[in-house]
Design a protein. Structure first.
Length: 211
């Protein structure tokens, strides 16, 4: 494609699509504020991985997911650390508070709520965390992230809010509807850390219980 053609595509996108961007997974359930269940405290658990959900997984993928979970936990902690209604727990604290749990994830949520008197528990699961191959201007393979966030009530495990973030970065020319997002990113190929951080911040900002 010649430079003139590329410039024409770019100009058309600026004029017609400057207010458009492509969706990146489910942004969360939009709830009426009046229908929200009152919460006095939200316990935030360290991010987990989807390793236990897969029958077969190689060492490299498992290691990558562990890195992604660690980074997700860091981003969430930085975003919520100043919220007075949030209690952020470390892996050691969770293991100490609920050393033996039956009932899977819901059992953990209910037990934690009873132990620390929090009526909400936020869980995050990382299912994909793939680093960009190449540079910010020439990537052979773009960064890719897939994670989910679920806020459950600790009395019964019911879901109060949930959101997914799934994105493999695309170039502007391959998806002109991503113009706004591409512009925000400086028309560069961002790293998997940047992609995950952007996704988590977007989802937390959308959560009506974390205003």
């Amino acid at each position: 494609m010649g430079k003139l053609s590329e410039l024409l595509i770019y100009a058309c996108a600026v004029i017609l699509l400057s207010s458009c961007s492509s969706p990146s997974g489910n942004r969360g359930n939009n709830q009426d504020p009046a229908a929200l269940v009152p919460l006095s405290c939200i316990a935030v658990l360290p991010a987990d991985t989807s390793v236990s959900e897969k029958e077969i997984i190689d060492f490299e993928e498992a290691q990558s997911l562990e890195k992604g979970a660690a980074y997700a936990s860091k981003v969430i902690r930085n975003e919520l650390k100043d919220n007075p209604e949030v209690r952020i727990l470390s892996s050691n604290e969770v293991a100490f508070l609920v050393p033996e749990i039956s009932g899977g994830q819901i059992g953990t949520v209910v037990a934690l709520g009873q132990k620390i008197n929090c009526d909400g528990v936020l869980l995050t699961t990382v299912r994909r965390y793939k680093q960009r191959e190449g540079t910010e201007y020439a990537a052979d393979s773009p960064a890719s992230v897939n994670l989910s966030m679920v806020l459950r009530h600790s009395s019964n495990g019911n879901v109060l809010w949930s959101a997914d973030f799934r994105e493999m970065q695309q170039s502007f020319l391959s998806n002109i509807f991503s113009f706004t997002k591409a512009k925000e990113r400086g028309f560069k190929w961002i790293s998997v850390e940047e992609l995950m951080e952007q996704g988590i911040k977007e989802r937390l900002n959308d959560c009506p219980y974390l205003d």
